[in-house]
Write a protein that binds this ligand. Sequence first.
Ligand code: FMN
Length: 229
Amino acid sequence: MKYDPQEDNCPLPHSPFRSCVVPRPIAWISSVDEQGNDNLAPFSQCGILTFDPPMVMFAANHYPTGQRKDSAVNAEKTGWFVWNMATEALKEAVNISAMIVPSDQSEFELAGLEKIKADLSDVPMVKDSPCHLECRYVSTTVIKGSSELGTVDLIIGEVIRVHINDEYIKSDGCVDIEKVRPIGRMGYLDYTVIDNTFSMEVPMSDEIRAIMSEIMAGSAKKNETTGVE
Ligand SMILES: Cc1cc2nc3c(=O)[nH]c(=O)nc-3n(C[C@H](O)[C@H](O)[C@H](O)COP(=O)(O)O)c2cc1C
């Protein structure tokens, strides 16, 4: 089958678009407003933009009334947000934190989550999440949709500090993703759990391999010597 989304002529009963880009990571974004109210919400329109420096993005749809999401407004106003890793063990809390509640109601409390303060800002982080990325807000790009609901605030942030619970680091120094068990968003009401992995190396000539190792060694050296701020 084929269809053009702009023509609204999809022959299937439910739009398959979000099933065609899967699994999507879940940016479980914590933030704080100017009055000190905590906020937590999941976003699957999200991802990595680049790695040197590490940058991430999430896209928050407007409400049909035109109101913007707290996560986007808080990141802009305070200059900070945290990307918490969403895992299978925390899946019910992830879902509860998506509830639409007044800004002064904490999704941490609603979902029964313990919080810890970030190092570089007053943003709370999900204590039981194995990984936190403290992000400094960089920019907002508004992408106009064909309705208010389709309009998004695309928030970009730079990762300034990475926290990983040592329990999830293997003896070879790699993150134990099969132990972390991150969840991913699929189409419809479906999710997936990452519980297995496989490795592959891009084929390359010895010459290219030597150049690549030199670049990677340079980047590792830079990480060693670059202070956080
Ligand atoms: C798994 C999951 C993924 C979601 N992804 C998005 C998303 O990418 N963009 C969005 O605007 N809302 C998304 N939502 C809905 C928001 O989490 C929800 O509207 C939330 O209340 C926003 O909270 P805030 O106003 O506190 O930022 C998602 C919900 C779930 C459960």
